[in-house]
Design a protein around this ligand. Structure first.
Ligand code: SF4
Length: 96
Protein backbone atom coordinates (compact mmCIF):
# COMPACT_ATOMS: atom_id res chain seq x y z
CA UNK A 1 0.00 0.00 0.00
CA UNK A 2 1.40 3.35 -1.08
CA UNK A 3 1.26 6.23 1.45
CA UNK A 4 0.05 9.65 0.48
CA UNK A 5 2.33 12.67 1.12
CA UNK A 6 0.18 13.79 4.09
CA UNK A 7 0.72 10.46 5.84
CA UNK A 8 4.49 11.07 5.86
CA UNK A 9 4.23 14.51 7.48
CA UNK A 10 1.92 13.96 10.40
CA UNK A 11 1.90 10.30 11.38
CA UNK A 12 2.40 10.91 15.12
CA UNK A 13 -0.57 13.25 15.34
CA UNK A 14 -2.85 10.80 13.54
CA UNK A 15 -1.86 8.00 15.90
CA UNK A 16 -2.08 10.00 19.11
CA UNK A 17 0.80 10.92 21.45
CA UNK A 18 4.21 9.51 20.63
CA UNK A 19 6.02 7.04 22.84
CA UNK A 20 8.40 9.82 23.91
CA UNK A 21 5.45 12.01 24.96
CA UNK A 22 3.98 9.19 27.03
CA UNK A 23 7.32 8.48 28.76
CA UNK A 24 7.83 12.18 29.54
CA UNK A 25 4.34 12.43 30.99
CA UNK A 26 4.90 9.30 33.09
CA UNK A 27 8.20 10.69 34.46
CA UNK A 28 6.60 14.03 35.32
CA UNK A 29 3.67 12.30 37.00
CA UNK A 30 5.96 10.08 39.06
CA UNK A 31 8.07 13.07 40.14
CA UNK A 32 4.93 14.97 41.11
CA UNK A 33 3.71 12.00 43.13
CA UNK A 34 6.96 11.93 45.13
CA UNK A 35 6.66 15.68 45.81
CA UNK A 36 3.02 15.34 46.90
CA UNK A 37 3.79 12.39 49.16
CA UNK A 38 6.86 14.13 50.57
CA UNK A 39 9.18 11.25 49.81
CA UNK A 40 12.49 11.31 48.08
CA UNK A 41 13.19 9.69 44.75
CA UNK A 42 14.33 6.04 44.77
CA UNK A 43 17.38 7.32 42.83
CA UNK A 44 18.72 8.76 46.09
CA UNK A 45 18.45 5.56 48.15
CA UNK A 46 20.85 5.36 51.06
CA UNK A 47 23.85 3.09 51.32
CA UNK A 48 23.65 -0.11 53.37
CA UNK A 49 25.44 -0.04 56.71
CA UNK A 50 27.60 -2.99 55.73
CA UNK A 51 28.76 -1.27 52.52
CA UNK A 52 29.75 1.80 54.55
CA UNK A 53 31.56 -0.38 57.12
CA UNK A 54 29.32 1.15 59.77
CA UNK A 55 30.03 0.22 63.38
CA UNK A 56 28.18 1.16 66.56
CA UNK A 57 31.34 2.41 68.27
CA UNK A 58 33.47 5.49 67.58
CA UNK A 59 36.84 5.39 65.90
CA UNK A 60 39.01 7.48 68.16
CA UNK A 61 37.64 11.01 68.16
CA UNK A 62 35.55 10.30 65.08
CA UNK A 63 31.90 9.46 65.71
CA UNK A 64 28.56 10.13 64.02
CA UNK A 65 27.62 12.85 66.53
CA UNK A 66 30.39 15.07 65.15
CA UNK A 67 30.00 14.02 61.49
CA UNK A 68 28.52 16.49 59.01
CA UNK A 69 26.23 13.78 57.64
CA UNK A 70 24.61 12.84 60.95
CA UNK A 71 20.95 13.77 61.44
CA UNK A 72 19.86 14.03 65.03
CA UNK A 73 18.60 11.96 66.77
CA UNK A 74 19.57 8.72 65.00
CA UNK A 75 19.94 8.84 61.22
CA UNK A 76 22.37 9.76 58.48
CA UNK A 77 21.95 11.41 55.10
CA UNK A 78 24.18 8.79 53.47
CA UNK A 79 23.85 5.52 55.40
CA UNK A 80 20.57 3.65 55.82
CA UNK A 81 18.96 2.53 59.06
CA UNK A 82 19.28 3.54 62.70
CA UNK A 83 22.55 5.37 63.32
CA UNK A 84 24.00 5.74 66.79
CA UNK A 85 25.53 9.11 67.73
CA UNK A 86 28.47 7.03 68.95
CA UNK A 87 28.76 5.11 65.65
CA UNK A 88 31.24 5.55 62.84
CA UNK A 89 31.65 4.59 59.17
CA UNK A 90 34.30 4.98 56.48
CA UNK A 91 32.53 8.04 55.08
CA UNK A 92 32.96 10.05 58.22
CA UNK A 93 33.23 13.76 57.46
CA UNK A 94 34.15 16.04 60.34
CA UNK A 95 31.50 18.64 61.07
CA UNK A 96 32.92 22.15 60.58
S1 SF4 B 1 30.12 8.57 60.32
FE1 SF4 B 1 29.09 7.57 58.59
S2 SF4 B 1 27.19 6.74 59.45
FE2 SF4 B 1 27.96 8.23 60.91
S3 SF4 B 1 26.91 10.12 60.36
FE3 SF4 B 1 28.89 10.14 59.28
S4 SF4 B 1 28.48 9.25 57.26
FE4 SF4 B 1 26.73 8.75 58.59
Amino acid sequence: MKKTPNAWHDESNEEGPSRRDLLQRAAISLGSLFVILGVSSPAVAKMAQKAAAYQETPKGEQKCANCALFKDPASCTLVDGAISPDGWCRFYAKKS
